[in-house]
Design a protein around this ligand. Structure first.
Ligand code: ZN
Length: 150
């Protein structure tokens, strides 16, 4: 027997098995790490560029507006705010360049009341997003709370 030759032949094989086992065991951890990394730059579903700034995140805008659940944040596709014009058209703020939509999904299709309500809500959500981005507020506390006066 030549143990050296044997171990040389065996090592890569055992190493490969070990890698497979390690990969299997730590898969959930790996996914978590990847997601944590992605938090710094999800890829936009529409234009393919990373959404580098949370202040520019359509996902977080919709989360704050109550349209995306907290536990869906990591599994919902990300976009730049301007890459989702149907939502972005409702942001009415001097610091946000207005987005116009034509056709069936233009906000002009809504009744004036619905349109105003939607503009107020999404604009509030957008302002809230700009505010929470550089704060210590926990993500769970980002969403706006509906007032009861309606
Ligand atoms: Zn985009």
């Amino acid at each position: 027997m030549a143990p050296q030759a044997g171990s040389v032949r065996c090592l890569p094989f055992e190493f490969a098995i070990l890698l497979v086992v390690l990969r299997f065991l730590s898969e959930s951890k790996l996914v978590f790490l990847l997601m944590a990394k992605c938090d710094q730059g999800y890829i936009c579903d529409v234009c393919g560029s990373p959404v580098e700034d949370m202040a520019d995140s359509d996902l977080y805008l919709r989360y704050i507006a109550g349209q995306v659940a907290w536990n869906a944040l990591n599994s919902t596709s990300e976009r730049h705010i301007r890459c989702n014009p149907v939502e972005a058209q409702f942001i009415v703020d001097a610091d946000f360049e207005a987005v116009e939509v034509e056709g069936d999904f233009a906000k002009q299709m809504l009744s004036p009341d619905d349109r105003r309500e939607q503009e107020e809500w999404i604009t509030q959500a957008w302002r809230r997003l700009q505010e929470v981005v550089n704060s210590d507020i926990p993500i769970i506390d980002y969403p706006l709370k509906r007032s009861t006066n309606r």
